[in-house]
Design a protein around this ligand. Sequence first.
Ligand SMILES: Nc1ncnc2c1ncn2[C@@H]1O[C@H](COP(=O)(O)OP(=O)(O)OP(=O)(O)O)[C@@H](O)[C@H]1O
Ligand SMILES: [Mg+2]
Length: 435
Amino acid sequence: MKTVRVDFGQTKFANKKTNQKDRVVLDTTKTINGHILIAGASGTGKTHQLRRVIDAMSKQPPHPRFHIIDVHGDLDIPGASSCKFSESSPYGVNPLKVDPDPHSGGVRKRARSFIASLNRTTSKLGTKQESALYHLLTDLYEANGFYLDKPESWDVKTDLRRNPRHPKKQPTLGDLKTFAEWRLAQMTTGAGSKALSKLDELNRKVRQLHRKSDKGDDSEQKQVEKLRAEAADLYREYVMAVETGRELPQYLTYAGRDVMQSVFERISNLESSGIFRPRKPDFDLNAPVRRYDISALSRDEQILFIDFLASEMFQAARRKGQAAHPRDFIVIDESHAFVSAEPDHILNVIIRESRKFGIGLILASQSLSDFPDDIIANTSTKVILGLDEMFHASTARKLAIDPKRFGWVYPRRTALIQIKRAGDTSNRYLDVELC
Ligand SMILES: Nc1ncnc2c1ncn2[C@@H]1O[C@H](COP(=O)(O)OP(=O)(O)OP(=O)(O)O)[C@@H](O)[C@H]1O
Ligand SMILES: [Mg+2]
């Protein structure tokens, strides 16, 4: 079988045995995994090297497919099929799609990772909001026939609902918004909410009197009796209005109207960004390179988009089954903004687990100092194109090399390159004269 090769250049120093400089060639069928890290300060040639890697690999058998997530809009590759994502484009990525895998997928995992992704953006959810959103999501899934504790229901093709009015489908962010709106309306207008707020008023009044040394004057006692009677009437009304048997738990799990209102606003804002539509982009299926141009999105939207898209690709790769070599590469420039130290973050999961499912991750970044150890340790090919001095010490510690070696790199001319092949246990970084 022909192998995929990328020629980076030649070693700066001659091989002692042959007295000649060696070519430094990446062959992803020989490396431990297909993951590649490219690090360099602005202008040192990260985008240039990304283009070379993609160009070389996409033209050679077995012709892996590249999914470029273009955050700056400058990674246009000749022959690539491009889609621009924005408020006004018709397609997006569905963040609520449940992975049907009985071991690694399911409703709970999808709901938790959706919340974790929201919490990686600049506005983190409060504890009560998190809990309300979690219950809202699991209730939405249940209403759509995806049950927390029934793994067989996680497949869209298996419908366990009793009398479904519509064919089963994966819920979308639009559905979540409608569902949240409906729940909010129930909480605002339902008899239960009136009874609870009257009870709250009564409790406050009684507490107030309780704190006083005397038991209050007649008019205060009368007020309490009046509140007691009103609350009793409203409770009677509420009890008579019980229909589904879930009215009180619903009110309690959603932690009250204000919390629900704030969760609804968060969902509405997300939905209005327009990038979480369920329609898939219409890429040319024959193009080896697909470019997701997300340069029009805000940084927070980019974070969410990458999390959800990478999850979807990982699920798809698992469904396809095991592969000896990467079939698909996900390419992310400026990736330091999108990685996370959380072990369950999708990029860490992909780095650790996706080799056998044929996914390679190609990440470019201005520095590696805040990169998760999982990513550094599990990436077989690292290309260092010249770092800003402020990152020398921290990156040297991460890569376990002498910081002085960064000082010998001449941007756009030389680089430090590590390529770990199967059976290679050394931590060797070669000084390379770039092509
Ligand atoms: N090895 C090289 N040989 C020739 N030209 C190069 C090389 N590396 C980079 N260049 C050129 O240098 C310029 C800057 O490179 P590039 O845009 O790839 O840098 P970058 O690291 O991606 O910068 P930024 O972080 O600002 O995006 C480009 O015009 C590119 O063509
Ligand atoms: Mg660049």
